[in-house]
Design a protein around this ligand. Structure first.
Ligand SMILES: NC(=O)c1ccc[n+]([C@@H]2O[C@H](COP(=O)([O-])OP(=O)(O)OC[C@H]3O[C@@H](n4cnc5c(N)ncnc54)[C@H](O)[C@@H]3O)[C@@H](O)[C@H]2O)c1
Length: 102
């Protein structure tokens, strides 16, 4: 799960950890995220090589991509960052998946 420290990600991580699935949850380095039943990792989706390395390491069966710049007011103040995270970051996730698919 990418972006697990966010509003949606937190709930989904906790719910998935109640199942018998092995859960890997990513956050940005400055964020706090805790769940003893999840493996917590740092990941910035602006770093495509880091996504590729993580996918090779984890080899996930399913991915929930919930990382986003979700603030409408910040989008007005910093549209460039919003485009970078929401569009280029999402493209990085999909490109990394393509690069690691077999
Ligand atoms: N909250 C809702 O009700 C709702 C409803 C429908 C859809 N969504 C969508 O679900 C997604 C998550 O929403 P949310 O409410 O949890 O948002 P959120 O802002 O609470 O969480 C987003 C997470 O992404 C992280 N993030 C930001 N930039 C990042 C980067 N470069 N690399 C990695 N992580 C980064 C943030 O730090 C945060 O932890 C968004 O795409 C949102 O549009 C949310």
């Amino acid at each position: 799960m990418i972006g697990a420290a966010g509003f949606v990600g937190n709930y989904l991580m906790d719910e998935m950890c109640r199942s018998d699935m092995e859960v890997y949850a990513t956050k940005l380095p400055h964020e706090r995220l805790e769940n003893p039943n999840a493996k917590i990792l740092d990941l910035d989706i602006l770093d495509k090589e880091a996504i590729v390395a993580l996918l090779f390491e984890v080899r996930p069966d399913y991915i929930f991509h919930l990382a986003a710049q979700s603030s409408a007011s910040l989008a007005w103040k910093n549209p460039g960052l919003t485009v970078d995270v929401n569009i280029k970051g999402s493209l990085n996730v999909m490109d990394a998946l393509r690069a690691t698919a077999h």
